[in-house]
Structure formats: C-alpha cells, structure tokens
Design a protein around this ligand. Structure first.
Ligand SMILES: [Zn+2]
Ligand SMILES: [Zn+2]
Length: 429
C-alpha cells in the first residue's frame, strides 16, 4: 500500500511524494509522469513567474471551495451551544462581505495546514474555528483525518499542564451527520502576536527563552514512555493514547503512520527501513541513488548510540539554529543556543543545559528523516557530510562526499535496489 497512486491511467507506480503533487492541476504523478508530456503544468524551474502566479490562484480557489462547504447557519448554533446559548457571529461570513474578501481574510489567519476564523460572542468573548485545508499538496483525506484528531488530542493533553494553550471546546470530523459540512475545532483565541525571532531584540529573545525554559520544565513532569503521536482514546473523549506517527513523511498508507514505538532505536530503524522500501517502490524519487545510499549507510555503518527521546525533545528549537551554517554543513551552535543552555544552568539544571548543547546531532539526524529527503544535491551533500561529522570520532578528517559515495557504491554493488535506481538514473540521463 502507498499513500497515493499515480493519476495517469494505467500507470502502476505510486505518486511521488513531494514533487509528484501539483497545486495547479490538483493531480498526483509518479516519478515518470511528473516531468514528461503527461504533466503539462508550468513548473517552478521552467517558468517561475507563471508558476507562482498560477499557484496563488489555485491555492485561493482551494480555500474558497473549503469555505463554500461551511454551513454557517449550522456552525453558529454549535458555537452558541458550547457557550450555554450566548449568541455569536462570524465576521468573515458577514452578509456584506463578498466571497473574495472572505478568502483574503481566511488567508491572513492561515498556517500551512489550517485556517482560522474568529467567532465573536455578544458578551465580547472571541473564539476561533479551525478548519483543515484540503489542497493537493497535503496528504489524502483519510490521513488528514488522523492528523486532525492528533492535533485535538495534543491540545487536550497540554490542557492538563500549565503550558498556555487554547482550550478546545468542541470538534467534529467531516462526516455526513456533521451539519457544519467540514471538519472543525472550536477553541479559545489566545491574545498575542506571532513570534518573529529574527526581528526580536536581545532582551525579547531572553524573555522568550525564559518562558520556553518554563515550558520545558513543565512538560518534563509528564513523561510518556512511548514514541508516536497523541490520538484520542476510542472510548473516553478526554483520554489520550499514543498512536502511530501522523507526520506526512511517516504515513505508510493513508490510514497508518509508522509506530508507535517503545524505544527511539526501534523508531529510527523502522523509519530508515520504510525509506529504503519507498525508494525501491519509487514513492520517494528525488536524487534516488544519493538518498538511498545515505539511508543505507545509516542502517549498516552507523552503530546506534543509545539515547532517550528526551535528548531530542529537550534540544533547542529550530528558530535558534544558525540556519546558514546548518545548510552549509557546519555543526556549531548559535549564540542563542548557548544563551538558552545558560538559562538552564541558572536554574540548576545542568542536565537540560547539556541536552541543549549536545542536541545538534539528533536534530541533524531527524532533519534528514522527518522532513522528506533533500531534493537538491548541494544541500544533500552538506547535510549528509555534517551528519557524518556529528557522529564520527574524527571530525576534521572525514573523506569528501564524492570519496564516500564511491566507496559506498562499491560496498553495496550487489544490492538489487541500488542497481535498479542506478539504471533508472542512467536511462533518464
Ligand atoms: Zn499539474
Ligand atoms: Zn505514473
């Protein structure tokens, strides 16, 4: 089973994850049909101006279709009932707003997966309704349902802690008996403005880091002994359990994510094996030979150093990473990360300070596994070389990428999957 099939009639390949999905024609193509005459849409590389203009139009039309599904006459009473009958209205759906204005308003309150609309109650309280996007770059509908339920479960889990998060008041998946017409979550609206780390002053950064340290220390009180994503329990609405990972790269099928796992080693081995299988089936198809070799290296050449999931969970958040150095393959820490470690020192938590200082190799590792494979050769080489440096004992003397690749090709010369990937590559050239 794969996440999606290729949309070309009679094609037996899975749609390639990532570049196989097209916002413009809403289709999903395999590694063969995405780039040939079957798929005629302009691409980012061939005609960026035309591509980005068409992309914006297509994205808005998907959002407009989502908003059109909402039965506003059903949503208002659902929200009022959740607040003991206090009347409410949804400004975006004001009768005076034309549909284009509504789409713009929803776009302004959108993230990558969801958009949010304000719900104003007559006593001045404001909630938001969260709606999940349904555009072709997102996973298929059934995978999206798992992601949606996991988001709700995560918020409910955090509600037991003192971490400031919006409270979930009501939610429903899209089903025929859902009168609202689409999946929705009603939640409180938290005051605040989005964090702009790059624009923040040193004092503002320290304030945020102090608050993050509070959150880390609070979450540490709620250890979970399984690795996976939170999902609602089947029986009790407020009980949470740990299910498979509901992250797009780790969905094996639209219904099932990898996991859950009881150790991080087990999780990483399963994730690596799943990637090797996906290269074989051509479901992951960018830089197949280089990516396949780099995953293979991790199975065989890298002896798993044992560590706890805590090492990763309590490492520094990505906004503090020195992004340019990160992509250049340099393993150093940023000033912010050193400051963040000092904050834990100041709270007599040398152990957590150590996790911040030592977290980079695990972030590097996960970065490779969790966000889809690199599709740019220079980026792949820099990231992979840095991973080798992070795990090698002789940081300054590792071989060049090309030398490593030559040796790896020799080492795995009897590997049938590698052989067929190389043949594909030659046929394409
Ligand atoms: Zn297309
Ligand atoms: Zn195809």
């Amino acid at each position: 089973m794969v996440l999606r099939e290729c949309d070309r009639d009679g094609c037996c390949y899975p749609a390639a994850r990532g570049f196989g999905s097209c916002m413009l024609c809403s289709k999903h193509w395999c590694f063969k049909h995405a780039e040939f005459e079957d798929h005629q849409c302009p691409s980012e590389e061939s005609d960026p101006d035309v591509y980005f203009a068409a992309y914006t139009v297509a994205k808005k039309s998907h959002l407009s279709a989502l908003l059109d599904k909402i039965n506003i006459e059903a949503l208002r009473p659902v929200a009022s009932d959740a607040r003991n009958g206090v009347k409410c209205w949804i400004p975006a759906f004001d009768a005076n707003n034309d549909p284009a204005f509504r789409v713009d308003l929803a776009s302004e309150q959108s993230g990558g997966q969801n958009c949010h609309l304000d719900i104003e109650f007559e006593d001045g309280v404001v909630w938001i309704v969260l709606l999940s996007f349904e555009d072709p770059l997102l996973p298929p509908a059934s995978a999206q349902r798992h992601i949606f339920l996991s988001e709700v479960a995560t918020l409910k889990f955090l509600a037991q802690t003192s971490v400031p998060i919006p409270r979930v008041h009501s939610y429903q998946l899209e089903y025929p008996d859902n009168p609202v017409g689409t999946s929705y979550v009603l939640m409180s609206k938290l005051e605040g403005s989005p964090l702009d780390w790059n624009e923040a002053s040193p004092q503002q950064r320290i304030k945020v880091m102090e608050q993050l340290a509070d959150i880390f220390l609070e979450l540490e009180k709620y250890p979970i002994w399984l690795m996976g994503s939170p999902i609602p329990s089947d029986f009790l609405d407020n009980e949470i359990k740990v299910g498979g990972f509901v992250r797009e790269p780790w969905f094996e099928t639209p219904e099932r994510g990898l996991g859950h796992f009881s150790t991080l080693e087990a999780a990483y081995i399963a994730i690596i094996n799943w990637h090797l299988q996906a290269f074989d089936g051509r479901e992951i198809a960018k830089l197949p030979v280089d990516n396949y070799l780099s995953f293979k290296w991790r199975v065989i050449d890298w002896e798993f150093a044992s560590f706890e999931a805590k090492d990763l969970a309590f490492s520094s958040p990505c906004m503090m990473w020195p992004v340019e150095d990160f992509y250049d393959g340099k393993p150093n820490l940023s000033d912010d990360e050193i400051e963040f470690a000092w904050i834990f020192n100041g709270r007599d938590r040398l152990d957590l300070a150590g996790l911040v200082l030592e977290g980079r190799k695990w972030q590097r590792y996960l970065f490779f596994l969790g966000g889809g494979v690199p599709s740019d050769k220079t980026e792949l080489e820099a990231l992979f070389q840095c991973l080798r440096k992070c795990f090698g004992d002789d940081d300054d003397n590792i071989s060049s990428y090309e030398e490593w690749k030559e040796a790896a090709l020799k080492l795995y010369r009897d590997d049938a999957i590698l052989d067929s990937l190389i043949r594909d590559e030659r046929a394409k050239a």
